[in-house]
Design a binder for this molecule. Structure first.
Ligand code: NDP
Length: 255
């Protein structure tokens, strides 16, 4: 029997990451479900995957620190070896992010700025460095970006800059790993209904209409709307697409 394909989805204890982990497991991959703080939520993701007939295990690591990145690399290698008999990865999804730096230009501190860059840029960079030796030829690296790189939102300046850095990482890394037939792409969501947006919609029901008014498509983006294009890029069908950004925002602010 051939080896199952494998995936690591960072930040898959909830939100978009959970939807991606469930979708890739549904496509037959053994999935490493990574979390930062919430071990119980990660276990819930694993349980949902197992309930649906898939295979998964969880790994915790705080990606704000270099030690956390090292711990994740080691945890994933050990977990894959234990669950598949081989420490080999096919798909790395860099999804975890500090989704707000905490401040605005006027009052942001260097510590807030450094933290959002550590989680959103430094961690994926060194995760790729640590996992490339076990990423199979023909593998996939998929970064979750954001439409904020093309839509200027004044109160998300530092966060938007991290996503811009990841688009540059995507393009250049694609050339670095292309000879091994590894593809690298970014999927860039617009507003997507995860925890924060769910709370905002509950507090302000008119927000739904406001969001839809700014989009081409008439519903609020759901985590599965992001997981599906990720699954396409992860599949054999995505083999010729690399170094690019796929906007998955339902056509947010097309003009
Ligand atoms: P959530 O805030 O719902 O979840 C974030 C995930 O990242 C959690 O699993 C969390 O783990 C993990 N995480 C956060 N900080 C750390 C850290 N320091 N170390 C390790 N893990 C961490 O995010 P979303 O699902 O909303 O977003 C997922 C991705 O999509 C992000 O890259 C985000 O920037 C992007 N995006 C989201 C949009 C949206 O509207 N939702 C819009 C555009 C882009 P835990 O809870 O266990 O700590």
């Amino acid at each position: 029997m051939s080896q199952p394909r494998t995936a690591l989805v960072t930040g898959s204890s909830r939100g978009i990451g959970r939807a991606i982990a469930r979708r890739l497991a549904g496509d037959g991959m053994v999935v490493a479900v990574h979390y930062g703080q919430d071990a119980a939520a990660a276990q819930e993701t694993v349980d949902l995957i197992v309930r649906d007939g898939g295979r998964a295990f969880s790994v915790g690591a705080d990606l704000a620190t270099p030690d956390g990145v090292t711990a994740l690399v080691e945890g994933v290698r050990a977990g894959l070896a234990a669950h598949t008999g081989e420490a080999a990865l096919d798909v790395l999804v860099n999804n975890a992010a500090a989704t707000a730096s905490g401040g605005h230009l006027a009052d942001e501190t260097p510590e807030q700025f450094d933290r959002v860059f550590a989680v959103n840029v430094r961690a994926p960079y060194f995760l790729v460095q640590g996992l490339l030796p076990v990423l199979r030829d023909g593998g996939r690296i998929i970064n979750i970006g954001s439409a904020v790189t093309r839509i200027a939102l004044a109160d998300e300046l530092a966060y938007a800059m991290t996503k811009g850095a990841m688009e540059t990482f995507t393009r250049t890394l694609a050339n670095v790993v292309g000879p091994r037939r590894i593809t690298v792409n970014t999927v860039a969501p617009g507003p997507t209904q995860t925890g924060e947006l769910t709370a905002a919609l509950a507090a302000m029901p008119q927000l739904e209409g406001m969001l839809i008014d700014g989009q081409a498509l008439p519903w609020v983006g759901q985590p599965e709307d992001i997981a599906d294009p990720v699954a396409f890029l992860a599949s054999e069908d995505g083999r010729w697409i690399t170094g690019t950004v796929i906007d998955a925002s339902g056509g947010t602010y097309l003009g």
